[in-house]
Design a protein around this ligand. Structure first.
Ligand SMILES: *Cc1c(COP(=O)(O)O)cnc(C)c1O
Length: 379
């Protein structure tokens, strides 16, 4: 099946009890057994739930993976992957990560004796300089948040396969509609489902998808043992959201391109970070591994003045100033004080995450209204 058909149908079969075309919300904590162990395969809500199973199958299908797991949040999904490791193990990751990912790595898992190497992955061969006998996992994002750097997943997979490491890719920014890391050789794909998969700013959820059976079993075991499951109501909302993922992403990409080009011609704007520009350092890799360049854009002003950026943000009317991304509504964010507040200023400066940088999640409204809003706000 092609992607658009999978978005509408995958994982969702008519409900056997009624024929309901949409999977019901099975809002139950437990299931009645005829006698102990004599049941229909459903025992307890932390483990089995039909609404959750439908969503897991849908997400797995969208990522061309054999298995899917959904979690209470994106960070809970990241947490489960890190629990594959033990003290002394080492992780190679990029120096340009979602702030919450950086925080769980440095402020939670470093305390458990896991070592993280934060390295530039613009040239992904750089990973090899940090591999040693303790290395277990390579964790990357592409495009990165908020600098929109592109990492060559296929090349990263060649390296991780050679050294028998796990390659995990945070695919939140691209969504499965634009990029499928499993097809490029990744072992685990992670999503903050909160963003494009949910798509309507009404759910917090995470997901993992993978092919390898033992890896899936271990991650499912970790999830059941640690308990970070997603609730049935939220699973239903995401099942509904996914049915329009392909349509939404198409509009996010179209609007993203229009806004990026508008900003790049604005006299007060300095840099515009968007992988669709031919001048983007890894544009050709983005073109090869993505089906579109998405609706996430970051930009800075000629003067790196935080107050000026705050004023622009305060004047926006259609764009809402908010954390998060990937919903139908356009959002604007100030990473230095919001999403990436946990990243030290020195580290931010090194990757170009300046005080004036604004990150946009371009929604699916009319592009002319979005550009007019930026025009009046930037002046
Ligand atoms: C939001 C986000 C996360 C964390 O997901 P939550 O659902 O907020 O826990 C991880 N990675 C990226 C790239 C994100 O944007």
């Amino acid at each position: 099946m092609k992607f658009d058909t999978k978005a509408v149908h995958a994982g969702v079969d008519p409900d056997p009890s009624t024929g309901a075309i949409m999977t019901p919300i099975f809002q139950t904590s437990t299931y009645v057994q005829q006698s102990p162990g004599n049941n229909k395969g459903y025992e307890y809500g932390r483990v089995q739930n039909p609404t959750k199973f439908a969503l897991q199958n849908s997400i797995a299908a969208l990522e061309n993976a054999a298995h899917g797991l959904v979690f209470g949040s994106g960070l809970a999904a990241i947490d489960a992957v890190l629990k594959l490791l033990k003290p002394g193990d080492e992780v190679i990751t990029s120096n340009d990560l979602y702030g919450g990912t950086y925080r769980i790595f440095t402020q939670v898992f470093e305390n458990f004796g896991i070592k993280f190497h934060f390295v530039g992955m613009g040239n992904v061969s750089n990973i090899e300089n940090y591999i040693n006998d303790n290395t277990r996992l390579v964790w990357l994002e592409t495009p990165t948040n908020p600098m929109m750097n592109i990492v060559d997943v296929r090349k990263a997979a060649t390296i991780t396969k050679k050294h028998k490491l796990i390659l995990a890719v945070d695919n939140t920014f691209a969504s499965p509609a634009l990029q499928n890391p499993i097809d490029l050789g990744a072992d685990i794909v992670m999503h903050s489902v909160t963003k494009y998969l949910g798509g309507h700013s009404d759910v917090v959820m995470g997901a993992l998808a993978m092919n390898d059976e033992p890896l899936y079993k271990r991650l499912a075991f970790i999830q059941n043992s640690c308990g970070a499951v997603a609730g049935p109501q939220d699973c239903f909302l995401v099942l509904r959201g996914i049915k329009t993922l392909h349509l939404r992403m198409q509009r996010h990409c179209e609007n993203g391109e229009k806004v990026a080009r508008y900003l790049s011609n604005h006299p007060k704007v300095d840099k515009v970070y968007w992988p669709g520009f031919e001048s983007h350092p890894n544009h050709s890799i983005a073109k090869a591994q993505m089906k579109g360049f998405g609706g996430m854009i970051s930009f800075t002003f000629n003067e790196d003045d935080m107050q000026q950026s705050f004023k622009v943000l305060e004047r926006l009317k259609v764009f809402a100033v908010a954390e998060s991304l990937g919903g139908v509504e356009s959002l604007a964010n100030h990473p230095a004080t919001m999403t990436h507040g946990a990243v030290p200023r020195k580290d931010r400066m090194e990757i170009g995450l300046l005080d004036s940088l604004i990150r946009l999640s371009v929604g699916i409204e009319d592009a002319e209204d979005l550009i007019a809003d930026l025009e009046q706000a930037i002046g």
